[in-house]
Ligand binder design. Structure first.
Ligand code: GLU
Length: 422
């Protein structure tokens, strides 16, 4: 079965709408808003023409989907990946709208992407591609309009090139138009580790609810990009046992499930060997095997649709924390719930990244520079409040954690539509 992330995103919205409908007197207005929320407000597309180092030119398909902006400027990352497609970008923009509403930060949702395998480009080609993307989106973005950021395979350097290109077009400084920038150009301390750290604040709350003690709680993490890596480091720092890790080439699991891996050493090993496999005290596993390990907490932190109706029966974890965007399909969600496996949804558990992006934007608007301690002191209560809000809706409405989160988030967006009278 082919899993289309946009169909998944619409299905999730429809499921939440069924539960929200009784709360609205004007049913016609409610349904009209939900209908509108199924489609992004605007989707911009372009073929970026980039000069390659050998003098030839290549075309790259690029997108920016702007879903909804009733709660504030559009917000969301830009991903560079060979599997990027229009429906994926649209789905990711819907999820950004719910994500910003979940922690209550004043943004709507957007997402961008380029169909490209960035590992095949040289540094200079990557710079020219990033500048071409900034030029393409320049008419549609802005500090109070749409604020892009990094996502899969993009980083501070790419934001720096885009900011430079954008500022040269508008002829003035405008640092708040991109977040996830390097510190030297107005980036925020803590942004680098924010998504992983935010997920670990969620992990702490979930462990308390499920009466799990960190030193006895085993965790398997799929994906070792920025999100998976920092989740692993922060979870290990909190005393949790990270027993299995993987990247796109494959994974490893500790020979002793009662002992956690030294995550920083695993990463140093990967830098040296190019892969994490073969790390001492572990055995090699595939990405599929990692998903079915008998651990307490499973953390998909790579791409979407890894837990589906086809492999959900193999899951042996007690709970899941979604750190990737869209790793569990709606069918699998229902099946996990029936099996009593808690799954904290992406729009809550990975919201730490965009929340610190918001702090970066606030600092840029005011010319402030906050310490890392200050950033995390502000992040933690937002994540904990969002978790508690979800948990109380989960217990009162007797729905799974994604539905509980969606009821809260979609309601905020619908209410903002009603207030504006759109
Ligand atoms: N790409 C990240 C996400 O999916 C961060 C977005 C942002 O900071 O705007 O949440």
């Amino acid at each position: 079965m082919v899993h289309n992330p946009y169909h998944n995103a619409v299905k999730q919205l429809e499921e939440a709408a069924v539960l929200l409908e009784p709360m609205y007197e004007d049913k016609k207005k409610f349904h009209a808003i939900v209908e509108q929320l199924k489609t992004p407000n605007a989707v911009h597309e372009a073929q970026l023409v980039v000069k390659m180092d050998d003098g030839s030119t290549q075309k790259f398909q690029a997108y920016r989907s702007q879903h909804d902006d009733v709660r504030g400027p559009y917000k969301g990352g830009i991903r560079y990946h060979h599997d990027v497609n229009l429906d994926e970008v649209k789905a990711l923009s819907l999820w950004m709208t719910w994500k910003c509403a979940t922690t209550g930060i004043p943004y709507g949702g957007a997402k961008g992407g380029i169909i490209v395998d960035p590992s095949k480009l040289t540094h200079n080609e990557l710079e020219r591609l990033s500048r071409a993307y900034a030029k393409f989106v320049a008419p549609y973005i802005g500090t109070w309009r749409d604020v892009p950021a990094p996502d899969v395979n993009t980083n501070g350097q790419i934001m720096a090139w885009m900011l430079d290109e954008y500022e040269s077009i508008i002829g003035k400084h405008e640092p708040a138009v991109f977040t996830g920038k390097p510190l030297e150009l107005g980036g925020s301390l803590g942004r680098e580790e924010a998504t992983g750290q935010g997920g670990v604040y969620v992990l702490e709350q979930l462990a308390k609810k499920l009466k799990m003690v960190p030193s006895k709680t085993s965790i398997a993490i799929q994906g070792l990009g920025n999100v998976g890596y920092w989740f692993a480091v922060c979870a290990a720092d909190m005393g949790f046992l990270v027993v299995a890790l993987s990247d796109s080439r494959g994974g490893i699991v500790s020979n002793d499930m009662k002992k956690g891996l030294d995550v920083k050493k695993v990463l140093a090993y990967k830098k040296e060997k190019g892969s994490i496999q073969g790390f001492s005290g572990t055995r090699d596993i595939t990405n599929d095997e990692l998903l079915s390990l008998p651990v307490d907490i499973l953390v998909p932190a790579a791409l979407e649709n890894v837990i589906t109706d086809e492999n959900v029966k193999n899951i042996r974890a007690k709970a899941i924390i979604e750190m990737a965007n869209g790793p569990v399909t709606p069918e699998a969600d229902g099946m996990l719930w029936e099996r009593g496996i808690f799954s904290v949804p992406d729009v809550l558990s990975n919201a730490g990244g965009v929340t610190v992006s918001y702090f970066e934007w606030v600092q840029n608007l005011h010319g402030y520079s906050w310490s890392k301690e200050e950033v995390f002191k502000k992040l933690k209560p937002l994540m904990v409040d969002a978790f508690n809000h979800m948990w109380s809706l989960h217990t009162t409405r007797k729905v799974h954690l994604r539905m509980a989160t969606y009821i809260g988030a979609v309601k905020r967006v619908v209410d903002a539509h009603i207030l504006r009278g759109r």
